[in-house]
Design a binder for this molecule. Sequence first.
Ligand SMILES: Cc1ncc(COP(=O)(O)O)c(C=O)c1O
Length: 413
Amino acid sequence: MDITAGPIKVKTIQKGKCAEATPPKAFSVEEVLKARHFHMSFDSYEATQLVNLRTLARALGVKSILVKDESTRFGLNAFKVLGGTFAIAQLICQKLGLDIAKVNFNYIKSEAKKQIGDVPFVTATDGNHGRGISWAARQLGQKCIVYLPKNTAKRRVEAIRETGGEAIVTELNYDDTVLLAQEKAKEVGGYLIQDTAWEGYTEIPTWIMQGYTTMAAEVVDQMALQGIRKPTHVFLQAGVGGMAAAITGYFVNRYGKDDAPKIIIVEPNEAACLFESAKADDGTCHTVEGNLNTIMVGLACGVPSPIAWDILKDFTDMFVSCDDTIAARGVRVLANPLADDEKIISGESGAVGIGLLSLMMRNEEFDNMRHALELDQDSVVLFFNTEGDTDPVNYGEILWDGKYRLPSNGEME
Ligand SMILES: Cc1ncc(COP(=O)(O)O)c(C=O)c1O
């Protein structure tokens, strides 16, 4: 279904969980526990907050709105470090012949140099993943080389340099930057720690995805403390799809396929490769080319991760492609709390889901979509705020100058 209202352009494809599919083993409750225990062994570990926006939920006509706020994860302003650290630790365990369940981060730190010598970590990133890898490399006393796409915001480059990484901005889009990092890793004999997969390169990206599940495992415990059994709907924003597939994979394992929440995958219009794959409906994933221009920089990926697609194609209820105005609205909604709700600093890639819900619950153009998803006063809706203000200049312009503004209701038609 296509929804156009003023500058708002949303496209949706309704799917539903595949009857024959079985929950992916890599994201079983036992596997997820391993990542969680590993992260809990960090000296600076603290679960990020699960924020319950009660007044916003009332205002939008749902039962609960829960936001897992990853802007505070290890002081790095995004969730991505969870994946990189777990993958690097798994790599070292593999070399040592150890089970990750039996080691902690301090042990990995003490063994890293001995086991892998001075081999650099190499990666490509839109910013957040590279910052996580560069932070992990510093902890382990290793060098890190990070390639970024053209026009990367200055602050994102600085953030990588501050954590000790060598940051190189290319003249390429994200997908071509990934190819470049692949070549460079070979050239320097480094370890490529990439958060997307391709044929012959699936082990490290699977570990990275397993690392992301720590945030979902925390959510399950935090919901229990708030007396909430499970979410009915989960909005997951996607770039290559790794984060969304990891969380989906865990939830279908945790709750069982028939009792799992509805999964809504959200992407920017200009880089909606999972949406296009769902649209093609031939079981395989498809790429999107071009500049991938969007303010949702973390989601600006045109090539899906095939291991992510394998999960998302079976367990997604709806794929949604959104324009930038929706992400900007989400940034403003979370930054301007109602009544006693908490303020959440959310970057463009972190906020798009809440922007979409806020429109969907209030505008008749979205009636069909809302009904298709059965979003109503009984819905418990979960979001992952996967980043804070990682580009503070754009964040400020969205809030102060109303950049990417939507028309008011009266102007919608
Ligand atoms: C803030 C943020 N959210 C979501 C994502 C999406 O993750 P994935 O590429 O695994 O789909 C990214 C990816 O970099 C990101 O930086």
